[in-house]
Design a protein around this ligand. Structure first.
Ligand SMILES: NC(=O)c1ccc[n+]([C@@H]2O[C@H](COP(=O)([O-])OP(=O)(O)OC[C@H]3O[C@@H](n4cnc5c(N)ncnc54)[C@H](OP(=O)(O)O)[C@@H]3O)[C@@H](O)[C@H]2O)c1
Length: 177
């Protein structure tokens, strides 16, 4: 049986940041997109979401109701696991958990972010697809999408789609022979 896919679907500034240092995304929300910028179409393809603890905290401070209640949610932390009605906190080894999740039956898994959890996933070669929604902003500093230090990963471009001012780049990670 083929493993199900771990897909990074994330918005980034043109200079590669996912938020300001103060964890603000105003620069992103002020861009003129088109409809939901492909979100619903992507969301339909996943049944599981994974994220770092800081992204989880950010999501929960932005909205009243947890937005991914219809999916299985996993939050990685190196601290004490918390309990939450709609999310499972894990302080286990990311690679072990992800490989286990990928072997389960189901739809794809959305790697929501942020950059720190992504770094481990890239280092452990867990990511199967990368979908970047690029905003026409150079924000100069902030929380980087890609941290330095993982080994080279080759990808193949599958689609490019524009949503007004956004460009969506869809890549599939080349599997090493
Ligand atoms: N532009 C976008 O589309 C987008 C998408 C997602 C997030 N964001 C933004 O990104 C920011 C957060 O990103 P971030 O890079 O700072 O943090 P992050 O990756 O979301 O979370 C970091 C935290 O996750 C846990 N963690 C990370 N790697 C781990 C590992 N290998 N094993 C166990 N636990 C691990 C740790 O939690 P503990 O500290 O609890 O140990 C760590 O402090 C937020 O501002 C959010 O708004 C933007």
């Amino acid at each position: 049986m083929d493993n199900r896919k771990l897909i990074l679907f994330i918005a980034t500034s043109l200079d590669g940041y996912i938020a300001t240092k103060e964890e603000k995304l105003d620069w992103l929300f002020e861009v003129d997109g088109e409809g939901d910028n492909g979100f619903a179409r992507f969301y339909e393809t996943v049944d599981t979401v994974v994220m770092g603890r800081r992204t989880f905290d950010w999501v929960n401070q932005e909205v009243v109701d947890y937005p991914y209640q219809d999916k299985s949610s996993y939050v990685f932390t190196r601290s004490n696991e918390r309990s939450h009605e709609h999310a499972v906190f894990l302080n286990d080894h990311v690679g072990t958990v992800m490989r286990d999740l990928k072997q389960q039956k189901g739809k794809s898994i959305w790697l929501i972010g942020g950059g720190e959890l992504l770094y481990t996933c890239l280092k452990e070669r867990l990511v199967d697809e990368v979908i970047l929604t690029v905003a026409p902003k150079l924000i100069g500093k902030g929380i980087p999408l890609f941290r330095e230090g993982f080994d080279q990963i080759d990808l193949t471009l599958k689609h490019v789609h524009t949503f007004n001012q956004f460009v969506e780049l869809h890549y599939v990670v080349d599997q090493k022979a």
